[in-house]
Design a protein. Structure first.
Length: 408
């Protein structure tokens, strides 16, 4: 019992930290992009060297100044915006380890895609994040970086390619979370490896009495802008792994990824332009974003495999059980689970309003029940969270029978 509660509480606390840090990071990204767009000429800053913006919030007025390179002196106090990014990535990575690598047989490894040992799946996942940052950073340092449009197309193509590779190796859910983790690693890498080091060089020049090189600010601004445009697609990918409708068919995950990136980036483009000049707001961006999301919805719906066991997955489940050393549940436990749970957790759910099994969990065969024993233990025995509101009227005697099987 203790291990189940530790896994759940560990997941909850890591997710709590991840969400809080992510809110802080995303909030600062959105705010500073808006602030940059709001900067207007200031009488005490030379033309072309910066400007100021007025803000009102919380009952007070704020005058904010920006120096495009640096002020002529080193401020006595300087706030660094970095820990929001670091803690978002740290908490997200440990959440990835806690859920997807520590419980890879449930969430990451799909025998219908590729049967992998747990250590190999974790190695591929972590290695891909390192490789992803290296490739993205190389693109940003290449001649391609001189043209923002070409750089954006190159980065977009690379992420979609990685989405396709993830879909060839991991479960649909595992592929989705790694796509999000890949883009989040690019964002955090920008802060840790580029933006902050460049800012430190500017500070060092100020302390030494030298005129800072303007290139450091320009590079930092470029990477910060990338982070801003990537944000919404990353958040979608992090949420998508909770919704099987987005990953029911691995074959279309790259397509859904591409469409979501287009929609998220174009929405940020709208706001970035609008903050600069309301009169030039690109309202067409909302139509493009809507079409992209509608296409993503259609692709996901049209490609949903429905009856997965018709594709031969029952035999794969049996192989997976043998490899894991799991025992099939006795007949009376199978009858309880299929009778109380399989009306929703089946290839073709019979419960009105449910079109796809919640979380992609199938409980319609003894093999599937054996594979999900840990989830059943938490949801139906330890917490009684399932069935939801006990809609199928699972009795205490039935829960005890399931608990007895799980103790074996």
């Amino acid at each position: 019992m203790l291990d189940a509660y530790l896994l759940e509480w560990g997941s909850l606390l890591l997710r709590w930290l991840h969400v809080i840090a992510g809110i802080a990071w995303i909030g600062s990204s959105f705010f500073f992009m808006h602030l940059d767009a709001s900067i207007r000429p200031a009488p005490d800053i030379p033309a072309g060297k910066g400007g100021h913006a007025w803000q009102v919030h919380g009952g007070g007025f704020y005058e904010m100044k920006k120096y495009l390179v640096a002020p002529s002196f080193m401020p006595a106090e300087l706030t660094w915006h970095k820990w929001q990014a670091y803690w978002t990535w740290f908490s997200g990575f440990f959440l990835l380890v806690w859920i997807y690598y520590a419980q890879s047989s449930l969430y990451l490894i799909d025998p219908a895609v590729m049967m992998l040992p747990a250590w190999q799946s974790a190695g591929i996942g972590i290695g891909s994040l390192v490789l992803g940052w290296a490739v993205y950073d190389a693109l940003c340092r290449s001649p391609l970086a001189k043209n923002e449009v070409l750089l954006a197309v190159g980065g977009f193509g690379f992420v979609v390619l990685m989405a396709w590779l993830y879909a060839q190796v991991f479960s649909g859910r595992g592929a989705m979370i790694h796509i999000g983790a890949l883009m989040a690693t690019m964002m955090a890498g920008n802060v840790l490896m580029v933006i902050i080091p460049n800012q430190r060089k500017v500070v060092a020049d100020l302390i030494a009495g030298r005129v800072p090189d303007a290139k450091y600010g320009k590079i930092g601004k470029q990477r910060s802008t990338h982070n801003n445009y990537i944000t919404l697609p990353v958040v979608f990918m992090m949420l998508a792994n909770h919704y099987p409708v987005t990953y029911a068919n691995n074959a279309v995950i790259p397509v859904i990824t591409a469409l979501v990136i287009v929609a998220g980036a174009i929405i940020r483009h709208f706001y970035n332009v609008r903050h600069l000049d309301h009169a030039k707001s690109p309202w067409w961006a909302w139509a493009v974003a809507a079409v992209a999301m509608l296409l993503a919805f259609y692709v996901a719906m049209a490609s949903s495999p429905g009856g997965r066991d018709r594709l031969g997955l029952a035999q794969l489940d049996e192989k997976r059980i043998r490899l894991a050393g799991l025992a099939l549940p006795p007949a009376h436990v199978t009858d309880i689970i299929t009778g109380r749970c399989a009306m929703c957790h089946a290839p073709e759910p019979g419960w009105t309003g449910i079109q796809i099994a919640p979380k992609g969990v199938m409980l319609h065969t003894p093999e599937r029940i054996a594979l999900q024993r840990d989830a059943i233990r938490m949801q139906a025995v330890l917490t009684h969270a399932m069935p939801p509101n006990n809609l199928s009227e699972m009795t205490l005697a039935e829960r005890r029978a399931v608990a007895e099987w799980l103790r074996r």
